[in-house]
Design a protein around this ligand. Structure first.
Ligand code: AMP
Length: 193
């Protein structure tokens, strides 16, 4: 399977769709947000550094994220394809990912962009706050995360388009999780034919 980069704003469903794709195709799954939350829970040095950034809705510095990503990637079984969920979030991270994969004889694969309007995103994140109790899912931090997304992450969409690997899926067209998944699965299968 080709590697997959799941791309989208906070609340766009990156984690949910990554889980479904990983299950269906037996792929590896790296969620950088989950890695950081587990480091925080375990009280590690990395967790202590990450906490301040996450609570403020800011991004963790690129070099730190790149090192974490490479070690996670190398710990997964080779050859099944990996889903990158929440990484890259900056152009520097994207360039580093491309280089890291090339050094291992692999490539970026395909990028899947989830397009969801901000009203829907806010509603979902506030609902998730009640269910999961994530510290960064409060309205003030969510607004900061949207701002960071627009300024630092969203421009990367064009970077992927220039690489010729961007595939977009629009919630307002697919309308349901099942509809989104069906469209995504079809596209993945087309790419891997
Ligand atoms: P997520 O679960 O993907 O929404 O990530 C939660 C938080 O973890 C983000 O708001 C960032 O503070 C941090 N984070 C996760 N992935 C990255 C990344 N690739 N680069 C920088 N910070 C990240």
């Amino acid at each position: 399977m080709k590697n997959i980069i799941i791309f989208g704003a906070p609340g766009s469903g990156k984690g949910t769709y990554s889980d479904e794709i990983a299950k269906r195709y037996g792929m590896g799954h790296i969620s950088t947000g989950d890695v950081l939350r587990s480091e925080i829970k375990n009280g590690t040095e990395l967790g202590k550094i990450a906490q301040g950034y996450i609570d403020n809705g800011q991004l963790i510095p690129d070099q730190l994220m790149i090192d974490i990503l490479a070690s996670q990637y190398d710990s997964l079984p080779q050859g099944k394809g990996v889903i990158f969920d929440g990484f890259p979030r900056t152009t520097a991270q994207a360039e580093a990912l491309k280089k890291m994969l090339a050094e291992r004889g692999h490539d970026l694969g395909m990028m899947i962009e989830l397009i969801v309007s901000e009203d829907v995103l806010m509603e979902r994140l506030l609902r998730r706050a009640q269910i999961e109790g994530r510290a960064d899912d409060n309205e003030e931090t969510i607004r900061k995360r949207f701002a960071v997304y627009h300024s630092q992450t969203e421009p990367l969409s064009k970077w992927f388009a220039a690489e010729g690997i961007r595939h977009t899926f629009d919630w307002s067209i697919c309308k349901t999780k099942e509809g989104m998944l069906e469209a995504i699965f079809q596209e993945i299968e087309k790419e891997n034919r």
